[in-house]
Write a new protein. Structure first.
Length: 507
């Protein structure tokens, strides 16, 4: 019997399952934006110092980023459905602990637990889509819906975070996760039917788990510490050196062990490698931008948390449009690079507009069109990238391939927050020093002008990073468009045959 004949029949409950998978993704994205909005209030309530407030974000980032590969491998080993449900329940319990926090240690601990269970949940969700949707057209539609809801979660989080923080208190920004998690877990338990024979029951690669976790934690913490202590700080340098040594040891280990945590066949594929790298770079720019715009709107323009949330809606609308109306519709018609390259460049144009920010800049004529372009570009690029990153991998590798998508974004986010914040802070300090005379007459004006100058200086770097992401996508991602049935590759305009064929999934 041929490989094509062995393709599994589609799961009849796959669309219901998508609803609960997307709900879980909504919760995770919502949680990230809600916490950013609520952070100033939580800091005041628990007496968290300015030096320690970063740990509300960093504790989550370290646990999430450090354990993602392990979470993806656990999904392949335990089964994606079981890992997904366990991740949801754990995330809900950690959220309850955060909402009940009585001191900063409790809050930091709850965020670390959220990150750990998120590292189980995220790759399991994405790999469930990868193994349940094998038809190319259905796959495009499913990933378009998933991406749109994930993007919409950012808007829901910003608006809901502002409302809960103002109308109730910051604790409800944690408690709100609980009903989402309970409904998604119950639905997943009763609806999701994971395809048989898709687990990887090989023994767990313990050295790989330890080396990857320590290496990624060192890398993320190195960038996080650089933001507060500087790039020349001894511990910062030590973290980068340790990260390089640990990750090199991890790669050498994976090349030798019988059952690697991250099979190098997943990582070294030209298309997936290009996608992981371009997604990571694009996330660097996006993470810094969200932080800068939030501070600009609230501190410089004086927006309330709720108004700030609504101010981000054009970007989310652009993401949803780019994902569902451009990415999903064209993914089966044109090669992925012809969506990713122009998508990242469109986002770069939107970012370029924001380099013109000033204290009195108009939201309507500058920030709104910039957000629309950013969202449209990112939605168009991310949708085919997320699908192609897991398309064609063997079912036993789908969890760890999904984890690599999340890992590239998480590491990119950590780098973006630290790198762009450091650039912004240096530019702001230089501006304040060179305009000291203004500080003597109007110190508040100098403070705001320095802040905005720092933001625009860092945004210029984000523009360049997005252009590099576009170049990598166009250069490395050479897979042709998927066929309508998903049974063969059609090749792209350059005659490059599609390397991601659904028959590969039938093992």
């Amino acid at each position: 019997m041929s490989k094509t004949a062995d393709i599994r029949l589609p799961d009849p409950s796959r669309w219901k399952a998508l609803a609960f998978i997307a709900l879980a993704q909504l919760m995770v994205v919502l949680d990230a934006t809600i916490v950013n909005i609520a952070l100033p209030h939580a800091q005041t309530a628990l007496g968290i110092s300015d030096a320690n407030k970063q740990w509300v974000i960093t504790a989550y980032a370290l646990a999430f980023g450090g354990l993602l590969l392990f979470g993806g491998r656990i999904a392949d080993l335990w089964g994606r459905k079981r890992t997904f449900v366990v991740g949801l329940i754990g995330f809900a319990l950690a959220s309850a602990l955060g909402g009940a926090a009585q001191n900063q240690g409790m809050l930091f601990g709850s965020r670390a637990l959220q990150g750990a269970f998120g590292a189980l949940l995220a790759p399991a969700a994405l790999s469930l889509l990868a193994v349940m949707f094998t038809d190319a057209k259905e796959r495009a539609k499913a990933f378009g819906i998933y991406g749109a809801i994930a993007g919409g979660g950012g808007a829901v989080g910003l608006i809901l975070g502002g409302f809960l923080t103002q109308a109730l208190n910051w604790r409800w920004t944690f408690f709100v996760n609980i009903p989402f998690a309970v409904v998604a877990a119950a639905g997943a338990y009763f609806v999701i039917r994971e395809p048989a024979g898709s687990r990887n029951r090989s023994s767990l690669d313990i050295p790989g788990v330890v080396l990857s976790a320590l290496g990624l934690v060192s890398l993320v913490y190195g960038f996080t510490r650089a933001e507060s202590a500087g790039w020349s700080d001894a511990l910062t340098i030590g973290m980068f050196v340790a990260s390089g040594a640990l990750l090199l040891a991890f790669v050498l280990t994976e090349a030798r062990v019988k059952s690697p945590l991250l099979p190098l066949r997943v990582l070294l594929d030209r298309n997936r490698g290009g996608i992981y790298l371009s997604l990571g770079l694009a996330t660097i720019g996006m993470f810094g931008l969200f932080l800068f715009l939030t501070y600009y709107l609230q501190v410089v323009k004086g927006y309330s948390p709720i108004r700030t949330g609504f101010a981000f809606l054009p970007m989310i609308a652009g993401m949803i449009t780019g994902s569902t109306q451009i990415g999903a519709r064209l993914m089966t018609r044109v090669p992925a690079r012809k969506l990713m390259g122009p998508g990242f460049l469109t986002a770069a144009v939107g970012m370029l507009l924001l380099t013109q920010l000033e204290i009195d800049s108009s939201y309507t004529t500058l920030i709104l069109p910039a957000q629309l372009l950013l969202g449209l570009g990112m939605g168009t690029a991310f949708m085919p990238a997320m699908s192609l990153a897991t398309h064609g991998v063997e079912p036993r590798d789908s969890g760890v391939a999904s984890a690599m998508v999340n890992t590239s974004q998480q590491v990119g986010g950590a780098i973006g927050t630290a790198l762009l914040n450091t650039i912004a802070a240096s530019a702001a300090t230089a501006y304040a020093t060179s305009h000291a005379a203004l500080g003597a007459t109007d110190p508040e004006l100098l403070k705001l002008q320095s802040m905005v100058h720092g933001f625009t200086g860092a945004i210029w770097w984000a523009v360049g990073i997005l252009v590099v992401a576009a170049a990598i996508a166009v250069t490395f991602v050479n897979a042709g468009r998927p066929s309508a049935t998903g049974t063969s590759g059609s090749g792209d305009a350059d005659g490059v045959e599609d390397e991601f064929k659904v028959p590969v999934l039938a093992h």
